[in-house]
Design a binder for this molecule. Structure first.
Ligand SMILES: Nc1nc2c(ncn2[C@@H]2O[C@H](COP(=O)(O)OP(=O)(O)O)[C@@H](O)[C@H]2O)c(=O)[nH]1
Ligand SMILES: [Mg+2]
Length: 369
């Protein structure tokens, strides 16, 4: 999974990037219009995976991973129509989900680009920049297709012609300042526009970057207003203090646990954010286990055994015979596959079986098929 970190300059994007990836990219450099971006890959924290590693002690460990992109510079009002904005958009275009860092902290040493802290205003500003950026994309594509239609209609594919009508509908949605995500397009219609990778079609998770002083306490008026805005617009939101969490990540795991306990925080912001991103995207994990390798795989909730097989290898999906399935809970309680079989917790399922979060799968397949 690829996650793009977005937000206004000086909202704490790079600080959050450091929290998520446990790195130490330079913060506070929001004035510099660098074309560079921060990239980091992390393993998805999942206690189940570690337990399976302990059980099997495999030669190879393959956890699920997430890639984070912190496109430097940040968005500003008016970015969508400027060259700087286009660079920023290009950096996050291939992300599957966006995390919008909204500044709620006050820090006299770090001026806010708009001169004051106002989370709802900033959240709105970012959403409209994404919408505007998509408008630019839609207009350009429409212009090109319409020109083609005039001069060379015979050479156009059916898909290209139907794109024109779809893009016009999408333009109406965006003009009403509604994100592409909410456009009334059917799944097969979206598929025809897939290569355009609209930014406002991506799910957005809002991070309220709160003051150190507000950790574990009541949210102030501004943070509450942001929560209201998110609820009305169906954006999931979490509160965290990026600055404090960054210091925590530099402590090492044990001190980190102590620190969190001292603040009365049950789960680090990093883990909460990752969990929420998974939920939001409807992602679940299944595992393949053995002495050679224990591996975590990411699929969408609702996908079938044969689709899961396809994640492993297209040949395995093609030659699919049956899936051997045992749940994580049963396997770990019973202690081994053999014990799970004895207790009747191990079963055979067909192609259409809906894979459950935490399933341990072994696919029986026939390669000569
Ligand atoms: N007090 C406080 N300062 C923060 C917090 N998050 C970020 N900062 C500071 O704000 C400045 C800008 O942060 P940075 O992550 O570089 O913002 P970016 O421009 O969005 O990447 C840095 O000096 C950070 O130390 C926070 O939660 N509390
Ligand atoms: Mg930055």
């Amino acid at each position: 999974m690829k996650v793009g970190i977005i937000g206004l300059p000086a909202s704490g994007k790079t600080t959050l990037f450091n929290v998520l990836t446990r790195s130490s990219a330079q913060t506070g450099s929001f004035g510099a219009r660098s074309r560079e971006e921060n990239l980091g890959v992390i393993n998805v924290p999942d206690p189940r995976f570690h337990r399976l590693i302990e059980m099997y002690r495999p030669k190879k460990e393959a956890p699920a991973f997430i890639e984070f992109v912190d496109a430097l510079g940040g968005l500003e009002t008016g970015s969508a129509r400027s060259g700087v904005g286009q660079d920023f958009f290009a950096a996050i275009r291939s992300a599957e989900t966006l995390v919008n860092v909204v500044r709620c902290f006050s820090n006299e040493a770090v001026p806010h680009p708009s001169g004051s802290v106002d989370p709802v205003r900033d959240a709105r500003a970012i959403v409209s920049e994404l919408i505007l950026g998509d408008m630019v994309l839609v207009e350009r594509r429409l212009e090109r297709l319409e020109k083609q239609l005039q001069v060379n209609r015979a050479k156009m594919t059916g898909d290209q012609i139907s794109q024109i009508e779809l893009l016009k509908r999408l333009r109406d949605t965006l003009e009403a300042e509604v994100p592409a995500r909410k456009a009334e397009l059917k799944p097969d219609e979206w598929l025809k526009l897939r290569e355009l990778e609209f930014l406002s079609a991506k799910p957005i998770l809002m991070v309220a970057n709160i003051d150190e002083a507000s950790i574990g306490g009541e949210s102030g008026e501004q943070v509450s207003a942001l929560h209201d805005y998110c609820r009305e617009n169906e954006f999931p939101v979490i509160d965290l203090c990026a600055e404090a969490e960054m210091q925590v990540t530099q402590l090492g795991p044990e001190e980190e646990a102590e620190f969190l306990a001292a603040y009365g925080i049950e789960e680090s912001g990093r883990d909460r954010l990752i969990r929420l991103a998974y939920e939001q995207l409807g992602l679940i994990s299944f595992f393949t286990v053995g002495e050679d390798e224990v591996k975590a795989w990411t699929i969408r909730r609702g996908q079938t055994a044969v689709e899961a097989a396809g994640r492993i290898h297209t040949d395995i999906a093609r030659g699919f015979i049956r899936a051997e399935v045992v749940s994580y809970d049963h396997l770990t309680e019973d202690g081994s596959l053999a014990a799970a079989k004895e207790k009747g917790h191990w079963r055979l399922e067909g192609k259409d079986y809906i894979v459950q979060d935490g399933d341990i799968l072994n696919i029986r397949f026939n390669v000569s098929k």
